[in-house]
Design a protein around this ligand. Sequence first.
Ligand SMILES: Nc1ncnc2c1ncn2[C@@H]1O[C@H](COP(=O)(O)OP(=O)(O)OP(=O)(O)O)[C@@H](O)[C@H]1O
Length: 233
Amino acid sequence: MSALIEADHLTRILPAIVPVTLVRDVSLTVGEQEFLAITGPSGSGKSSLLYLLGLLDRPTSGMLKIAGQDTSQLNDDELARLRLEHLGFVFQFHFLLPEFSVLENVRLPMRKAGRLSASEMHDRAASLLEDLGLAGHLDKRPDQLSGGQRQRVAVARALANDPHVVLADEPTGSLDSKSSEQVFTILKDLVRERGKTVIAVTHDMDIAARVDRRIHLVDGRVVSDERVVQAAV
Ligand SMILES: Nc1ncnc2c1ncn2[C@@H]1O[C@H](COP(=O)(O)OP(=O)(O)OP(=O)(O)O)[C@@H](O)[C@H]1O
């Protein structure tokens, strides 16, 4: 198993009159094809840790390697490039651009990466959306879709540049139970069928019980990091 993410003693302190420690001394290694949940009480630092691992924030101290590359000396442009190449994001609220079509929303990260021609981008975006059950919706705008459909568009967008890792912050947090189950199944299939690694922050204990590995945080610290044993059916 080669490491996609290596975090060594990561700490994030928010400077303030009374500094706030968001993440404390977190060390972990995440490999290929892992399905991992980050759990913990509200305010325990789950999102903060996900943002560090996703290069959306910088640690105050500690080392973070993504796909073998030490990120500590990289400037913002280099971090953005590493993010585009290796990481995809799904948030609780989809953050799709309302004035763009579904297809254009999925094409945007490909444009930023600048590796594909216009027709390749179109075909790849259409194919991802079709795989996620959205074939009939490519030209619609996000507000013409249901919440579950929008979240599936967000998953397609996360996959646009074929990242190794998909980081998801409460991906089912604003969905009804049926849509939640669909999005969970999609994330699981990303791991099982597409060989991605998925790291999901979740409050949903039903989801946390069905991943492969669970990291539990309390006060910004990892208090357990365990393989999840699935009950036999
Ligand atoms: N910009 C900020 N300014 C001040 N405090 C912050 C800021 N961002 C986060 N915090 C605090 O840091 C702690 C960790 O926040 P974080 O959002 O990472 O936790 P979480 O476990 O994801 O919470 P939740 O489950 O409620 O989303 C919380 O106590 C939060 O209030």
